[in-house]
Design a protein around this ligand. Structure first.
Ligand SMILES: [Zn+2]
Length: 264
């Protein structure tokens, strides 16, 4: 069964504006990042859910953590704030009791993110509640703990009070690199490699991991000569294995999509 991950974009709407770069809002940058991360994680075969469907709508922190019920991993994405504009480090908060060796993935993530962002360091931190010892200080983590999620983290991607960090996080391309890196580390932690749709899966001519109407329409176009398949596409399209892509293959893929026939 696919591992399930709950992603939390942190704050909503326009929240936590950078004092050093007014175009930056933590809520907006992290919303974009969480969507990128979702896509990257899905490429490894994870099932990825998000705490909120709409950027504009808030959900209390504790409730966001509780949304991770039944998930293997919960991540809440943030950038941090400090009184000092110099502070630029990456901090990953993990379970204060280090349940399920939470420190391992936290260490990998913090070091790698700090390396990519090229900031002064990556650190793992914890915070137990002062008022209620034995529970998490941060509401999102407390919510995830309440639902017995095995691993839960807050990732602080540097500081939006630091100009360098803020500029870095403002770049769409940087956030995409960040998402890719985080997905690779999480996948590596669970021992997963990218799901490579395509060659090998009969009928999946466009290599999107599914056999559907797009595929038989593509085969039809190939039969009619309006598109030309490469070798891997030919192999995927030749479902009856007679060495040719023709109307028979089209019919079989269409029948499979309609549920009247099972490919291999
Ligand atoms: Zn935050």
């Amino acid at each position: 069964m696919a591992k399930k991950i709950m992603l939390d974009a942190g704050h909503y709407a326009k929240y936590n504006r950078s004092p050093v770069l007014p175009s930056y809002w933590e809520s907006e940058a992290m919303w974009a990042l969480h969507l990128d991360l979702k896509r990257e994680l899905e490429a490894f075969g994870f099932e990825v859910l998000t705490t909120r469907k709409e950027q504009e709508k808030d959900l209390p922190v504790y409730e966001r953590g509780r949304k991770a019920k039944g998930c293997d991993l919960f991540l809440s994405l943030h950038s941090n704030a400090s009184k000092s504009e110099k502070t630029d480090r990456v901090v990953v908060y993990r379970a204060f009791d280090n349940r399920n060796d939470a420190d391992v993935l936290a260490g990998k993530l913090s070091a790698a993110i700090a390396g990519l962002m090229n900031v002064s360091g990556g650190f793992v931190a914890t915070r137990e509640s002062d008022d209620y010892p034995g529970t998490e200080y941060y509401g999102v983590l407390r919510g995830a703990a309440k639902e017995n999620v095995p691993l839960y983290y807050i990732i602080e991607h540097g500081f939006h009070t630091n100009l360098y960090c803020t500029k870095w996080l403002s770049e769409d391309a940087n956030r995409k690199r960040l998402a890719k890196l985080e997905a690779e580390i999480i996948a590596g932690y669970y021992g997963l490699s990218p799901v490579k749709p395509g060659p090998g899966k009969k009928g999946d001519v466009n290599f999107d991991g599914a056999v559907n109407a797009f595929d038989y329409q593509l085969v039809k176009a190939a039969v009619l000569g309006t598109v030309t398949f490469g070798e891997e596409q030919k192999a995927a399209a030749d479902v009856n294995g007679d060495g040719r892509v023709d109307a028979f293959d089209y019919s079989m893929i269409k029948a499979a999509v309609l549920g009247n026939y099972k490919l291999e």
